[in-house]
Design a binder for this molecule. Structure first.
Ligand SMILES: Cc1cc2nc3c(=O)[nH]c(=O)nc-3n(C[C@H](O)[C@H](O)[C@H](O)COP(=O)(O)O)c2cc1C
Length: 398
C-alpha cells in the first residue's frame, strides 16, 4: 500500500460534488494514510466538518484564524508536513485563486505554501468549466506544475450533460498515488503478461491454473504510475485493468503468444508473469463431451514456450520471467534464466497461502543474469512490483 503512513491533505471546496470527497477520505484512510482536511467555508454548505473530523480522526481546518492547539500557523505546518495534497472537488473559484496566487482563506493560503505534489480535481457545471477564464486558469495550474485531473463526461446535478463531473474516488486515489512516484519510466514501453491461460477441451470445459493475475496487474499499475506506456496481455482474471494501460485480453496460450509476439517490438521491457499452460488438448471437441465411460483419456500436446521464444527473439528488450516452483527454487530459477536468455527471473515458492497464486502478498527472490540474487521479505504485490521496476532500471544501466 503506497499511501501507508503518508501524510495527505485533502482540500474540499464548495461544489455539489463535495459529498464524494467523503468517499475519497474513507479510501485514503483504508490505505493507511494520515489525512488532514482543509475545507472552504462554502464547502461547509454542502458537507459539514463533523463528518470529515470523524472520518479523518483529526480536527478539520476551515478558518485561517481559528484558535486550536496549533492554529495560527497550521497552514504552514501542514504544508511543510504533507507528502501530497488532493483538492477534490476544486471549484472554479478555487482554481482561479490558485492560478493567481490568491491566499484569502485557509485552503488557498495553504495551497500557496505547499511544495509537495498537488492533485487538483476540478468539478463544475459544463459552461463554467469551458469558460475561457477557467480553461486559462487550468492551463496556468498545469504549467505551474500542478497535476490537474480531467473531469468526467456525464449528466450533472444541474441537469446539463457534458464534461465537468468529478471522477470516481477510486480513480482520484490512483492518480494521487501516481503523483508520489518519480516518472522514471517515462518514454519506456513495458509489456506485461498476466493471469492464467485456458485450454478448452470442449465448448464448456478447459484446463487452467489458479493464477489470479494480481502480480502482473500490480506490475502494470506500478509501471503506469511511474510514467511507462503499458501493454497488458492478460488471461481471464476477476480484476479490473489498471487505469491507462492498454489491456489485451486473451484466453489460450496460443492467443497469448500471438498477442505478445505482435507487440514485443514496441516494448523496451517485457515482464512475463502469466501462468501459461504448458499443454493443451490435442483436439478440441466441437460439442460438449458427454459422460460415457468410467475413464476418459485426454491427449495433450505441448504449447509453445513463450518466454523461451522471447529470449531467442529479443533485441533491445530487457526480459523478465517469473518462476513458480514447488521446490529447489534457486536451482530451477537459475536454470530457466540461462536457458531462456532472461535478464532477471523472479522466483517464488508456491504453496503457502500468503505467497504466489491468489495472495495479495508475495515472497520472492530475484535472480540476476550476473549470478547474483536478492531475496525479498514477504511484501504486498504492489511493493514487489516497485522493487522489481527499480532493479530493472538499475540493471538496465539507467
Ligand atoms: C448548489 C450549488 C452548487 C454549486 N456547485 C458548484 C460546483 O460543482 N463547482 C463549482 O465550481 N462551483 C459550484 N458552486 C458555486 C460555488 O459554491 C461558489 O463559486 C463558491 O464561491 C465557491 O467557494 P469556494 O471555492 O471557496 O469553496 C455551486 C453553488 C451552489 C449554490
Amino acid at each position: 500500500m503506497t499511501l501507508k503512513n503518508k501524510r495527505i491533505v485533502l482540500g474540499v471546496c464548495g461544489g455539489i460534488a463535495a459529498y464524494k470527497s467523503i468517499l475519497l477520505l474513507r479510501l485514503l484512510k483504508k490505505e493507511g494514510a494520515h489525512v488532514r482536511v482543509i475545507m472552504t467555508k462554502n464547502a461547509g454548505y454542502f458537507v459539514g466538518p463533523t463528518t470529515f473530523e470523524a472520518l479523518s480522526e483529526k480536527p478539520v481546518c476551515m478558518d485561517l484564524f481559528e484558535k486550536t492547539d496549533d492554529a495560527a500557523i497550521s497552514h504552514i505546518k501542514w504544508a511543510d508536513e504533507a507528502d501530497a495534497v488532493v483538492v477534490a472537488p476544486a471549484t472554479a473559484n478555487m482554481i482561479a485563486k490558485m492560478a493567481n496566487g490568491l491566499a484569502d482563506d485557509a485552503l488557498s493560503t495553504f495551497l500557496l505554501a505547499v511544495t509537495t505534489p498537488v492533485l487538483v480535481c476540478p468539478a463544475m457545471n459544463t459552461n463554467m468549466l469551458l469558460h475561457p477564464a477557467t480553461q486559462r486558469n487550468l492551463e496556468t495550474l498545469r504549467s505551474d506544475g500542478f497535476e490537474v485531473l480531467e473531469t468526467d463526461f456525464g449528466k450533472m446535478a444541474c441537469g446539463t450533460t457534458g464534461p465537468g463531473r468529478l471522477p470516481d474516488a477510486e480513480y482520484i486515489l490512483d492518480r494521487l498515488k501516481a503523483c508520489l512516484f518519480s516518472k522514471d519510466y517515462e518514454g519506456k514501453t513495458v509489456l506485461v503478461s498476466a493471469g492464467p491461460t485456458r485450454e478448452f477441451i470442449d465448448p464448456v470445459r478447459f484446463i487452467s491454473n489458479p493464477s489470479s493475475g494480481k502480480m502482473g496487474y500490480a506490475i502494470a499499475r506500478a509501471a503506469e504510475q511511474r510514467g511507462a506506456c503499458v501493454i497488458l496481455v492478460t488471461g481471464p482474471t476477476a480484476l479490473e485493468a489498471p487505469y491507462h494501460v492498454e489491456a489485451l485480453p486473451v484466453d489460450s496460450a496460443r492467443d497469448m503468444a500471438k498477442a505478445v509476439f505482435e507487440n514485443m517490438d514496441r516494448a523496451d521491457v517485457i515482464i512475463k508473469t502469466a501462468a501459461v499452460g504448458d499443454y493443451r488438448a490435442k483436439t478440441q471437441a466441437d460439442q460438449k463431451i458427454k459422460k460415457q465411460n468410467e475413464e476418459l483419456v485426454l491427449e495433450l500436446v505441448q504449447n509453445q514456450d513463450i518466454l523461451k521464444e522471447l529470449g531467442a527473439r529479443k533485441t533491445r528488450q530487457f526480459l523478465v520471467g517469473f518462476a513458480a516452483e514447488t521446490r529447489d527454487l534457486a536451482a530451477n530459477a537459475g536454470e530457466k534464466l540461462k536457458k531462456k536468455n532472461l535478464d532477471i527471473i523472479v522466483g517464488n515458492l508456491v504453496g503457502s497461502p500468503d505467497s504466489g497464486f491468489q495472495a495479495d502478498t508475495n515472497k520472492v527472490t530475484l535472480f540476476f543474469k550476473d549470478g547474483s540474487s536478492e531475496a525479498l521479505p514477504l511484501l504486498g504485490k504492489d511493493e514487489v512490483a516497485h522493487i522489481l521496476l527499480d532493479r530493472i532500471l538499475e540493471k538496465n544501466g539507467n
